[in-house]
Design a protein around this ligand. Structure first.
Ligand SMILES: [Mg+2]
Length: 226
């Protein structure tokens, strides 16, 4: 077996897409204004509020900033200060036990098996590294973060661009054929394959359509390392 590492997507792959869109985003929307009122004096919170004002190009009161963030969330803007503040709200939610990171039941089973077999496990997701660690750190199957060697988000490149996968290979010090990339999105799998990685498409959703040229698996128990 030549595969030495597995690089996995989260949404639609280890975890349900609904968890992000129907649990995490609504939780942030519900709690962000209160969080700002309560925590605005914390330097890391103040810095992000300042970044919101910079991006808007005007001075903002705390309530103005909350209004702007509400608008950005409604527009699904991927602004850095919004992502950072959402991450802080989620961190509190996980710590309070109000959020549980969703993974499919076959995910921890396969991750532990691969880890025990000596494979290195990495995450590559559009959610921030901090958000990735929160999800895997607080699942109903316990803290899965000790299984992972490293995490990548879009700071290393866009998921549909081969350059991102080249950068990840360079970072982890492996050749493309030694790394298996798992994702539900055909364009991401194409980009990874162009960079030389092995690929498998996860078809979690019964309605999911297989993308040509990639092995497919209904869940992690069906992923083959060849
Ligand atoms: Mg995905």
């Amino acid at each position: 077996m030549s595969i030495k590492a597995i690089l996995t997507d989260i949404e639609g792959t280890t975890s349900s897409i609904d968890f992000v869109h129907q649990t995490l985003f609504p939780y942030a929307k519900l709690h962000l204004r209160h969080f700002l009122r309560a925590e605005a004096r914390r330097p890391e919170v103040a810095a992000q509020i300042h970044a919101v004002a910079l991006e808007e190009g005007r001075a903002l009161t705390l309530e103005d900033a909350a209004d702007v963030l509400d608008r950005w969330m409604a527009e699904d803007r991927k602004a850095t200060p919004l992502k950072a503040l959402q991450g802080m709200v989620w961190a509190e939610g996980y710590a309070a036990g109000e959020l549980i990171g969703h993974v499919y039941p076959d995910t921890p089973v396969a991750l532990r098996r691969w880890h025990n077999e000596g494979l290195q496990l990495y995450v590559y997701s559009s959610g921030s590294v901090e958000a990735q660690q929160l999800i895997f750190g607080h699942t109903e199957y316990g803290d899965l973060t000790p299984l992972f060697t490293g995490y990548f988000d879009t700071r290393i490149g866009a998921k549909r661009e081969p350059a991102a996968y080249h950068a990840i290979l360079e970072n982890i010090g492996l050749r493309g054929e030694e790394v298996l990339f798992l994702s539900d999105i055909g364009e991401e799998l194409d980009a990874a394959r162009e960079a030389g990685l092995a690929t498998t498409q996860l078809l979690r959703d019964a309605k999911a359509r297989p993308f040509p040229h990639h092995p497919a698996a209904r869940d992690f128990s069906a992923v083959r390392l060849v």
